[in-house]
Design a protein. Structure first.
Length: 317
């Protein structure tokens, strides 16, 4: 995408309703374009990076989400957006930078857009809009106000996601949610926090929801719900229990990013793509199934060939 970031890291990417791609991080410029420090917009029709006002002040942007009205919300550790007052740690772009009330009292690590258009923020902060909100809060774009989610989280929130029913999922380093035990993973149903079983044994960094409402979490944990995982730092929550994914990544990877596609097969509900970014190379393994079709009139039986990278194979007929 052009010449990319001039230096340093991209922490988050989001796609707008017009196909524009937004990137935020700690970079000082994008594609050599002026005023693209910490945030920039990629125009896919022109294949160019574009400034968003004068960008974000240091240090960095950490999270992005797109509102129902197409506005782009950014959270991070930056001290202002475009030089606009009250835009420390969080702001939104609709062609110009705007404050969200009086903003947050500290870093915003995660953002998510609810099914009703409200914006959820999570991070290190303990105030939102000047009122108490422990590490998680919700912005009402109609009332232009922040609200706490109960008594919030006991420590830092790193990731947020919302499912089709409007339930919010949070992961981080916290061990309580709503004042009750919730080991690094919890859900909010609009009025109450709930633990996700016995949670994670170490930090959760990101969470996404698949189109079938399966919840996927990455982090530095080795077990989830008491289950020792095949791949450290990768687990699935189905609404009542944790499980492995049916894959075994090469080596012992650190997983940095996760993305679920929005495509759902009209017949096979669970058919969608899950993308992972990790730091190892080599051969991984996965489980799957295929249902062959016989469109002829004569009975036929499948031939199954198992092969491996070493060159040997086995055939079942």
């Amino acid at each position: 995408m052009g010449t990319g970031a001039a230096d340093n890291t991209v922490f988050a990417i989001a796609v707008g309703p017009d196909g524009s791609v937004y990137a935020t991080g700690s970079f000082s410029a994008m594609g050599g374009v002026a005023n693209t420090g910490r945030i920039a917009r990629w125009d896919p029709s022109l294949s160019t990076w574009n400034a968003m006002g004068t960008g974000l002040a240091l240090p960095a942007g950490f999270a992005l989400t797109v509102g129902h009205d197409g506005s782009v919300i950014v959270g991070g550790s930056f001290t202002s957006a475009g030089g606009v007052a009250d835009t420390a740690f969080i702001a939104y772009w609709d062609g110009a930078w705007n404050a969200m009330g009086t903003g947050m009292g500290n870093d915003v690590n995660a953002l998510a857009t609810g099914i009703d258009g409200r914006i959820y923020a999570g991070g290190v902060f303990v105030t939102a809009g000047g009122s108490a909100a422990n590490r998680v809060a919700v912005w009402d774009p109609d009332a232009l106000t922040w609200a706490a989610l109960g008594s919030g989280l006991g420590s830092t929130c790193n990731g947020l996601a919302v499912n089709a029913a409007g339930t919010l999922f949070a992961v981080g380093i916290f061990t309580t949610a709503g004042g009750n035990s919730a080991l690094r993973a919890a859900s909010w149903n609009g009025s109450l926090w709930s633990a996700l079983s016995s949670g994670l044994d170490n930090t959760g960094t990101k969470v996404v929801v698949g189109p079938d409402n399966m919840v996927y979490v990455i982090g530095s944990f080795g077990s989830a719900g008491g289950i020792t995982l095949i791949d450290r730092g990768l687990a699935r929550w189905n609404g009542y229990a944790w499980s492995h994914l049916d894959i075994d990544l090469p080596g012992t990877p650190t997983i940095y990013a996760i993305l679920s596609s929005k495509y759902v097969d009209p017949v096979v509900k669970q058919k969608y793509n899950l993308f992972l970014g990790f730091n190892t190379t080599g051969t991984g393994n996965f489980a799957g199934k295929v249902s062959p079709d016989n469109e002829g009139s004569v009975p036929a039986y499948s031939k199954i060939i198992y092969s491996r990278s070493g060159g040997t194979s086995a055939i079942i007929e």
